[in-house]
Design a protein around this ligand. Structure first.
Ligand SMILES: NC(=O)c1ccc[n+]([C@@H]2O[C@H](COP(=O)([O-])OP(=O)(O)OC[C@H]3O[C@@H](n4cnc5c(N)ncnc54)[C@H](O)[C@@H]3O)[C@@H](O)[C@H]2O)c1
Length: 376
């Protein structure tokens, strides 16, 4: 049994806590035969959190500077849970140091950076993963199995959205997510990239698109009582064409008043359709022309223990896996891939494809026209 020593960077933030929990927890559900993990280093700039870590993650080194973790010979895997603008620099340093890397989304601020990271990873022969965990909910494996079995025929259209209202109130305070220096692509890399990850996983590569970004509240109140300019998009509408000929209609927003977390997709095919709504996180709706005339309609299918990643947690269908379980699955898959070489998704290669879509949205909105995405 091999133990992977993990350094979590940005450990006191939301994702830092979730990833720490996920690496420490997954063997309870998935066993130890494909490797275990130990969070051996935590990087935080928060002294209070550092005191807590001494109790919650005993024995882990607590650092203030990410560079110390990246060069630490006792670390196998660098787990980047830092603000978006740091991903490229930190991931590159980690890869060059020969570390395996799990990086939160968006992988990088541009497709060129993401390409460079994927190339370095290949040269170094290390394992990479981007933190697009939503599609790793087993309900989407059910969707993928239905699509790959041809049960909905040729895909004609993907329609998806992700909406939140964290910035809907014009009085909501400024934070790094609204700063074009710290999060250059704003909602596109933040939330759009999640929808794009479903597209990449379930439909295929996007070949061209037209997008329109909007900023609705131009300045926001800062902690010191001043005003800061919002320099990245609040909301985006996208029309796209996939390489396989399917069309796509996608929208995402952080200013959707009343929507705390809305994530949906519908995939239409020549023989049937599937639909997902995060409000029913274990449920897929499936329609097939194979049903007899007069008996057709969307049927509800609750994912259950037929899927190993579901069964690991629960013996009965529809007991509901949640967000954190998808992150536990992610941690397990990263360690298993390092230890056994089992392929996984999404690596930095897919992260690059997703970043290409983000780039194309930014370019299309700026140029106000359709943009082609270079095949890789
Ligand atoms: N996959 C998902 O579903 C998902 C969800 C939320 C966030 N994210 C991504 O995760 C990343 C982190 O987001 P979050 O919501 O956890 O943010 P957060 O603000 O809660 O956490 C970021 C942490 O990084 C720390 N930090 C910032 N600069 C640092 C530095 N130079 N050295 C050390 N620590 C530093 C901050 O103190 C903070 O603790 C972002 O890239 C975000 O896009 C992904």
């Amino acid at each position: 049994m091999r133990e992977i020593r993990v350094a979590v960077l940005g450990a006191s933030g939301w994702m830092g806590k979730v990833h720490t929990m996920a690496f420490e927890t997954f063997p309870h559900f998935f066993g130890t035969s494909n490797g275990t993990a130990r969070v051996a280093a935590l990087v935080t700039r928060n002294p209070e959190a550092a005191k807590e870590f001494a109790i919650t993650v005993p024995g882990a080194k607590v650092r203030g500077d990410w560079r110390d973790a990246v060069t630490d010979p006792d670390i196998d895997l660098i787990d980047i849970c830092l603000p978006d603008n740091m991903h490229y620099e930190v991931a590159k340093a980690a890869l060059l140091a020969g570390k395996h890397v799990l990086c939160e989304k968006p992988l990088a601020d541009s497709a060129a950076e993401a390409r460079e990271l994927a190339d370095i990873a290949r040269e170094k022969g290390v394992i990479t993963r981007v933190g697009h965990a939503f599609p790793r909910n087993p309900v989407h494996d059910l969707a993928k199995d239905i699509i790959e079995a041809g049960e909905i025929g040729e895909i004609t259209m993907f329609r998806g959205c992700q909406h939140v209202d964290v910035f809907a109130d014009p009085a909501a305070p400024f934070m790094w997510r609204a700063d074009g220096n710290l999060a250059p692509t704003g909602i596109v890399g933040d939330t759009g990239s999640h929808v794009f990850s479903f597209m990449e996983y379930l439909v295929g590569r996007v070949g061209s698109l037209i997008a329109e970004n909007s900023v609705f509240t131009k300045t926001r109140l800062t902690e010191d009582g001043g005003q800061a300019e919002v320099t990245n998009p609040d909301a985006t509408n996208v029309i796209c064409r996939f390489e396989n000929g399917a069309t796509g209609l996608v929208d995402f927003s952080r200013v959707a008043t009343g929507r705390k977390f809305m994530q949906t997709y519908e995939i239409y095919g020549t023989k049937g359709s599937i639909a997902f709504n995060y409000d029913e996180i274990n449920r897929l709706r499936f329609y097939t022309n194979a049903d007899p005339e007069g008996r057709r309609g969307f049927r509800e299918m609750d994912v259950g223990p037929e899927y190993a990643n579901y069964k690991a947690f629960l013996p009965l269908p529809n007991f509901a896996l949640g967000y954190n379980e998808t992150k536990i699955i992610e941690a397990m898959e990263v360690v298993r891939s390092i230890v056994t070489g089992t392929p996984m998704w999404p690596t930095f290669e897919s992260g690059h494809h997703i970043t290409q879509i983000v780039d194309a949205c930014m370019e299309s909105s700026r140029l106000k026209r359709w943009v082609e995405i270079e095949p890789s």
